[in-house]
Write a protein that binds this ligand. Structure first.
Ligand code: HEC
Length: 174
């Protein structure tokens, strides 16, 4: 009787262990599935919201022809306007150095033009987390972009000038 009880206890423990093992495996599977869904969604959001236009070398000129390995590595060419000269940051390094919570805060800060910071601010936590998962899945690459230069400061890199122009020549004299 005593030995039967002992065996029953051992069997119960074995079952419990098997169940715990199974649920840990399920949880791992769920989290892997969750990660890959999140990464895919992040890739989609980055693509449709135009982050590559500015943050990826060749993004504006070559569009989808730029291999993912080069995405979001930052532009060493400045954008100059009345705000000074800004550089689209290397997001692979910026996000790579942050926790997800830090990113949620960082992503919602006001930035200088032409960064559409208000678009990022309008994103849900889930969207920002997906972008975080995607960018981090690409891994760190490239170098940090040059520092911001205030208006009138010396710029040592190539830069685009954001100045609206009108053609002063009257049509008739062309
Ligand atoms: C029209 C060009 C442009 C587009 C499009 C753009 N950015 Fe930017 N982004 C910039 C510039 C320029 C800066 C630097 C702004 C500054 O110095 O304040 C910047 C800065 C940032 C920063 C701050 C990084 C740091 O150095 O801490 C983040 C984060 C960021 N962008 C994310 C994004 C994401 C995500 C997208 C797509 C949703 C995006 N940007 C689209 C131009 C752009």
């Amino acid at each position: 009787m005593e030995s039967r009880n002992r065996w029953a206890a051992v069997a119960a423990m074995a079952l419990a262990t098997a169940a715990a093992g199974a649920s840990a495996a399920d949880a791992r599977h769920d989290s892997a599935r969750h990660d890959s869904t999140s990464i895919a969604r992040g890739r989609y959001l980055v693509t449709i919201s135009g982050c590559n236009d500015c943050h990826t070398p060749g993004g504006m000129e070559k569009g989808p022809a730029v291999p993912e390995a080069g995405w979001l590595t930052g532009l060493p060419v400045g954008f100059q306007g009345p705000w000074g000269t800004t550089y689209p940051s290397n997001l692979r390094l910026v996000l790579g150095s942050m926790t997800e919570a830090q990113w949620l805060h960082h992503a919602r800060q006001e930035r200088l033009p032409p960064m559409p910071w208000f678009n990022l601010r309008a994103m849900t936590d889930a969207d920002l987390k997906a972008i975080y998962a995607f960018v981090r899945s690409l891994g760190p690459a490239g170098v940090a972009t040059p520092a911001y230069v205030s208006p009138g400061g010396k710029v040592t890199t190539p830069y685009f000038v954001f100045v609206p122009r009108t053609d002063a020549q009257p049509l008739a004299s062309r």
